[in-house]
Design a protein around this ligand. Structure first.
Ligand code: DGJ
Length: 747
């Protein structure tokens, strides 16, 4: 059973295939968190809460008169509150009508619901009734009337538990939420490390693993979006945890705005993890009767290490977060003109690229920035979404038609949230830009941001984009967003509600995306924010893929695609083959290597195809054929990280078909070494007793080392057990950045 209730003891046990999560409303009505880890039985685990009198950890009234061993500062709780004796970082801070900052939540009731709950206006993991169940536990702060409904979605087979919160003011006076996190998770003991993903524009999602120390460690964003700087996916694991073994927990915040993920090791070496909307510059007023839904956190435990948790999230995001026709349909191989032309193009130039692309097997042409208004550079024009017919030499409808005539579908770039001061839109609606009256706003890329917290702005965007899609018949939209928010203020909000702006902005964005997605179900939306500035599970609910980074250098992409793979599936990560020398780094890599790396993402091209040699075009044709043929395996196979970038000289990963029928292994050497060490790769997930043949993909055109290691020669085979436990020797590199793509097939 996925949810087991012991109503007499008020113990709630949530079971997934391999994990158990338990809570209990104790005799003092506090909802204790009693266990999260490997699947176990549903017996009451509150015996693990060992009562001791801890000096300077107070005791709630009236319990404390009798029981000095009972303290909220020590007990593991499901939803911790500020101001009433828990001195750790807390999940909820409320300013009451009398100005006091205090809440103490006690248990009231529970409710079981079939299926997985949804959240109005917010993304959420979804599941059929047969796949999921919901438990709602209602807590209340008797003094103020604040109700917290903790909702848990249990997807047993998927191995995932989700958690969201609905806060309702059932009191008589307004309340102001100052911090309202979605998840609080306590461990009373145990040693943990935490894994986070930090970065920058063109260098996102670098993996960082550190031990916990006393105090609070946190990552987050106050940039209006989830940000390039820190990703809202984190892991906590035991120190010895590896890719294939060890206790590991993963947490994905389904939210695209400002977030805070904190982990605290307290005075008793207890660990608390809190995750939710960033409290800086956040406040939310709840009038009597009003509610606020807090975004969802999806969590998973695996005893199979970081790799086990990653594969749970890959499946969850692919099959229970991404929606619509593009969830399962093969995504088109595209060519985007950005790095080919930047702002300097005409319709003829674009059609020339499309013509060459069609001949190679490319299926979609994407026109990037620069096609509208006054937009020959990034200083002006954002907001004026009328095609610049003078520049293009034709209308948008005609351009779409010309591209389709070449045999490609047409896609278009938009930055709906952006507004340039030098634009007709700004001159007409200066109040629609995010600015604080009386202050000069901070510019970034010489642009401002539209106030998406306003319904009139949301409606305007829905109308404009509907018109553009109808005119151009575009089947793909690259939804870009090229700056961080600051000067947060909305002319449409009262002064006392300005703290709601950043969250209302995200709700507005979600509404626009939801309505457009519903109106254009066939259109593939790709998220983008200068690459991975808003790369999160929340966005994937609306855009099933997100441009991974403005860094298109194959070697530069290794750490960031490696980092992204911890929390996100290959099908979510936009990746393109671009020109050399690479525009961001100047590095020269082979076309083969660039193809191998881009195939660990949604795969496409972003270079001037018309300017390539015949040999290069042949290689592209080959890559596209491989990608199309191997699509299911690449995008939906089980993904294993084999070698991390920076560790030694080689990065490697494998996609393995679920039944072990086949695998595609990719390895990229950073550097060729004279007389270098051997690299041995183990391929997990194969059938132990079966025989496998290995083949270097595209070998005809590669300069192969001789002799090739065993397994690559004619008639040579290895068993699944040998490949899984002992591995195979990777052919050595012949040059810097050498890549090998290896097909492993059961015979
Ligand atoms: C940032 C994106 O990440 C790029 O791919 C490109 O679309 C530019 N914006 C266009 O301004």
């Amino acid at each position: 059973m996925s949810i087991v209730l012991d109503t007499a003891q008020r113990v709630f046990t949530l079971n997934t295939k391999n994990s158990t999560y338990q809570m209990k409303a104790d005799e003092h009505q506090v909802l204790l968190h009693t266990y999260y880890g490997a699947r176990t039985d549903s017996s009451d685990k509150s015996y693990l809460c060992y009562p001791v009198d801890r000096g300077f950890s107070g005791n709630p009234h009236p319990v404390g008169k009798e029981l000095r061993t009972y303290s909220l500062d020590v007990l593991p709780q499901e939803y911790s509150c500020f101001g009433t004796g828990d001195y750790r970082t807390t999940a909820l801070r409320v300013c009451n009508g009398d100005g006091s900052r205090a809440a103490q939540l006690t248990y009231r009731e529970y409710e079981l619901r079939p299926g997985k709950y949804g959240i109005p206006g917010l993304p959420a993991v979804y599941g059929e009734e047969a796949e999921a169940r919901t438990l709602a536990v209602r807590l209340e702060d008797k003094a103020s009337g604040l109700e917290a409904e903790l909702v848990y979605g249990v997807l047993e087979e998927l191995d995932v538990i989700t958690r969201a919160v609905k806060l309702t003011n059932r009191g008589q006076k307004p309340l102001v939420l100052e911090k309202a996190a979605s998840l609080n998770l306590d461990w009373q003991y145990g040693d943990f490390q935490w894994i986070t993903f930090y970065g920058r524009h063109a260098g996102e999602q670098n993996m960082q693993r550190t031990g916990l120390h006393h105090g609070i460690q946190s990552i987050g964003s106050v940039r209006g979006a989830s940000s390039h700087q820190y990703n809202p996916f984190v892991m906590l694991c035991e120190p010895g945890c590896g890719e294939g073994s060890g206790d590991c927990y993963g947490f994905s915040f389904l939210y695209s705005g400002e977030f805070l993920a904190e982990v605290e090791q307290d005075q008793f070496c207890q660990t608390r993890f809190v995750c939710g909307i960033h409290p800086d510059n956040f406040s939310w007023k709840l009038e009597p009767g009003e509610s606020l839904w807090l975004p969802e956190v999806a969590m998973a435990y695996s005893g199979q290490g970081t790799g086990g948790v990653s594969r749970i999230f890959h499946r969850t995001l692919r099959e229970h977060v991404c929606r619509g026709v593009w969830k399962n349909r093969r995504r088109p191989v595209l060519v985007n003109n950005w790095e080919a032309t930047y702002f300097d193009f005409t319709a003829d130039r674009l059609v020339e690229i499309a013509r060459e692309a069609a001949d190679l097997g490319i299926e979609l042409f994407v026109m990037d920035d620069g096609w509208f208004g006054k937009r020959d550079d990034d200083n002006s024009g954002l907001g004026d979404w009328e095609a610049n017919e003078e520049k293009l030499g034709c209308t948008l409808a005609e351009l779409g038609e010309r591209v389709r005539k070449e045999g490609l579908e047409f896609g278009i770039w938009l930055e709906p949230e952006g507004i340039s001061e030098d634009s007709r839109l700004y001159r007409t609606h200066p109040d629609w830009a995010v600015e604080i009256p009386g202050r000069a706003p901070c510019l970034s890329r010489n642009q401002l941001v539209l106030d998406l917290s306003r319904t009139d702005v949301q409606d305007y965007l829905i109308r404009e984009i509907t018109r553009i899609l109808a005119q151009s018949k575009a089947v793909y939209v690259k939804w870009d967003m090229n700056r961080s928010l600051c000067d947060k203020f909305s002319g449409a909000l009262a002064g006392e509600r300005q703290g709601e702006f950043a969250h209302r902005y995200v709700l507005g964005l979600y509404r626009v995306l939801e309505e457009l997605g519903r109106a254009f179900p066939q259109v593939l939306f790709e998220g983008c924010s200068g690459g991975g500035g808003r790369f999160d599970a929340g966005m994937l609910y609306y855009t099933p893929q997100i441009w991974g980074s403005d860094n298109t250098d194959a070697i530069g992409r290794l750490p960031l695609q490696y980092g992204a793979s911890f929390g996100y599936p290959v099908s979510a990560t936009g990746a393109h083959v671009s020109a050399v020398p690479n525009h961001q780094t100047g590095r020269v890599t082979s076309l083969y290597t660039r193809g191998c790396v881009a195939m660990a993402g949604t795969f496409g091209y972003e270079l001037d195809i018309a300017g390539l040699s015949g040999k290069e075009k042949e290689e592209i044709r080959r890559q596209i054929a491989v990608f199309k043929e191997q699509y299911q395996l690449i995008q939906r196979g089980d993904y294993y990280r084999l070698l991390a970038p920076g560790a030694g000289s080689c990065t490697a990963w494998a996609m393995v078909e679920g039944s072990g029928k086949e695998a595609l292994v990719t390895a990229v050497y950073q550097q060729v070494q004279a007389n270098g060490p051997l690299v041995c790769l183990k391929v997990p997930g194969l059938a132990a007793g079966a025989d496998y043949r290995m083949e270097l993909v595209g070998a005809d055109d590669l300069d192969l080392p001789q002799p090739l290691p065993f397994g690559f020669g004619p008639g040579e085979t290895l068993t699944g057990a040998a490949l899984g436990q002992c591995g195979f020797i990777l052919p050595p590199a012949r040059e810097d950045y050498q890549a090998w793509q290896i097909r492993v097939r059961r015979i």
